[in-house]
Design a protein around this ligand. Structure first.
Ligand code: KIV
Length: 272
């Protein structure tokens, strides 16, 4: 097991490639607001993803599809105000980059200009090649996302493991090579077999970041609400919970309610 080798005062897209070369695993976590991003950044997470999973965990939607570009910019600018060290990557939301490359570029520029983010992430391979090229040509760093791509959930029909069959695995490898060749600085691999993650990670010089992709990815990402145990009904095999905040927060809030009801809060020391 290798441990951190070099201190990064500020993580850049280049730092991530260096980390892969040095065999240092990359840590990535989502954040969507200022207070959480401050904690995540202080804990030295390398990459903060302002994911469109905000649609689920912040807004309560069933899928990531409803979140808008304006809402992503709002979340991203809140995160950016908190950051001193991490690289901040923002998801381009569904509908903001798939229809044509010019619109993709306009959306990416809005994210960069209005939030101050450092990079964008897009889902898909060959289908979005021209959009990725256009964004990269403007000097905006792009991260890819292959395997289970939640913005296409209605095409897949389920959230089960992707690319178990040879043809889908081969397409994923080709897409990953294409994204690297275009100039992407990293690729998220979501819910694919560990052996396939190994093959892809060995073929690329840019880092792979796994979520349900097993231990061979060059880094790992989780949704922070899942890691902290705030989303207690979501139980995929790949998730490791480090806390049970759903219960702990619930208990703290119940205590507060009781204290108010029995007129224990505020006490004499807690008033002016
Ligand atoms: O939106 C998100 O949080 C993501 C991660 C699951 C990788 O894309």
């Amino acid at each position: 097991m290798s441990t951190a080798k070099k201190e990064y005062k500020r993580v850049t897209v280049k730092s991530l490639v260096d980390m892969k070369q040095q065999g240092e695993k990359i840590s990535m976590l989502t954040a969507y607001d200022y207070s959480m991003a401050k904690i995540v950044d202080a804990a030295k997470v390398d990459v903060i993803l302002v994911g469109d999973s905000a649609s689920n965990v912040m807004a309560g939607h069933e899928t990531t599809l409803p979140i808008t570009l304006d809402q992503m910019i709002y979340h991203a600018s809140s995160v950016i105000r908190a950051i001193e060290r991490a690289l901040v990557v923002v998801d381009l939301p569904f509908g903001s980059y798939q229809s044509d490359p010019k619109e993709a570029l306009r959306s990416a520029i809005r994210i960069m200009k209005e939030s101050g983010a450092h990079a964008v992430k897009v889902e898909g391979g060959a289908e979005i090649k021209e959009s990725v090229k256009r964004i990269l040509a403007a000097g905006i760093p792009v991260m890819g996302h292959l395997g289970l791509t939640p913005q296409s959930i209605y095409k897949f029909g389920t959230y089960t493991v992707r690319a178990k069959e040879d043809d889908e695995a081969e397409k994923l490898i080709e897409d990953a090579k294409m994204l690297e060749k275009l100039g992407c600085f990293g690729i998220v691999l979501e819910k694919i077999p560990a052996d396939l993650t190994k093959v892809v990670s060995e073929k690329l010089t840019i880092p792979t970041i796994g979520i349900g992709g097993g231990k061979h990815a060059d880094g790992q990402v989780l949704v922070i609400h899942d890691l902290l145990g705030m989303t207690h009904e979501f139980n995929p095999r790949f998730l490791r919970r480090y806390m049970n905040l759903y219960e702990e927060m619930g208990n703290a809030i119940s205590e507060y309610v009781n204290d108010v009801k029995r007129q224990d809060f505020p006490n004499d020391d807690e008033q002016y």
